[in-house]
Design a protein around this ligand. Structure first.
Ligand code: HH2
Length: 287
């Protein structure tokens, strides 16, 4: 039987020649004392490295290292503190990890230092709105860039969750910011976009974004979806660990079916199984 051709982006080639094949699982490594679900678990660099290697073994194709929590209400972390948290971990991981490292930061100085230390992707949850120097920092290094939609800052975003058409507005923001990144010298083929579930969106708006995800995928950039342990999953699926895991599985399966390229999760093992199954079916439903 011949398989129908899929229009989803198939892969992303990094500057160092490594290729991320889509759909891929991104494993979350928060080296923070206060992240909403795993705060304090991986502040010790040895534990962080151990956890990153375990996530890679479980199926994570990217490890996303973050030194600043962006949960609702979180305050800005000083640059020096963020650097002290992430750099030792990235340095230790570089030699041990085959998967590329992404740095989850809004600050160009942190991004540049992490890229110098061996990260290959910058995950900017502000979508280039926080630091004007960010696009040049990414372009200079030839890095890949995740552009996420958000409004305001983690401290203010919940107040800004007002939209006429959340899918259209988020899509327009991502398209505009991707153009700005390209104008600054970031390669089009290394841009990933993300609707930013839970950032300046209430539970209903998150569901609308998921329902309209194929319109965001139609921009043509790989799309990242980050629903892991977020409040809207809890609100719909329930509070227990298994509710959260199965609720997330549904989000990830439907995201892949709609054309998403990357799912960002705390538990890469179950997510990898969900992605494999969803993509196998999606290959046949896209005639
Ligand atoms: N969500 C969080 C952090 N970074 N990056 C992208 N691209 N997309 C997301 O949805 C996203 C993100 C928040 O989750 P988490 O890292 O678990 O928590 P915290 O920000 O409290 O560290």
């Amino acid at each position: 039987m011949t398989r129908p051709k899929s229009r989803r982006p198939r892969s992303l080639r990094l500057k160092d020649g490594r290729v991320i094949r889509f759909p891929a699982v991104m494993g979350i490594l928060n080296v923070t004392p206060d992240s909403f679900s795993d705060g304090g678990c991986f502040v010790d660099p040895d534990r962080a490295v151990e956890h990153a290697l375990a996530m890679e073994a479980a199926g994570a194709a990217i490890i996303d290292v973050g030194g600043e929590s962006t949960r609702p209400g979180a305050e800005n972390v000083p640059v020096e503190v963020e650097l002290d948290r992430v750099l030792p971990v990235i340095e230790a991981l570089r030699a041990k990890l085959k998967s590329p490292i992404s740095i989850d930061t809004r600050k160009a100085v942190v991004a540049s230092a992490a890229l110098d230390e061996g990260a290959a992707i910058v995950n900017d949850v502000s979508g280039l709105m926080f630091d004007r120097a960010m696009p040049q920092a990414v372009a200079r290094a030839g890095a890949a860039l995740v552009l996420m939609h958000m409004r305001g800052t983690p401290a203010t975003m919940n107040r800004l969750a007002r939209y006429r058409d959340v899918v259209a507005e988020v899509r327009a923001f991502l398209e505009r910011q991707a153009r700005a990144a390209i104008a600054a010298g970031v390669r089009r083929s290394r841009i990933i976009v993300d609707p930013g579930l839970g950032f300046a969106q209430n539970a209903r708006q998150n569901l609308e974004l998921m329902g309209g995800l194929s319109r965001i995928c139609a921009l043509g950039y790989p799309v990242l979806v980050g629903a892991s342990r977020k409040r809207f999953v809890r609100a719909v699926a329930g509070d227990s660990e298994s509710d959260l895991l199965f609720g997330l599985a549904a989000v990830n399966a439907l995201a892949v079916a709609a054309g998403a390229s990357i799912v960002r999760v705390h538990d890469p093992g179950p997510a990898a199984a969900v992605v494999k199954m969803a993509v196998a079916i999606a290959e046949y439903s896209r005639g």
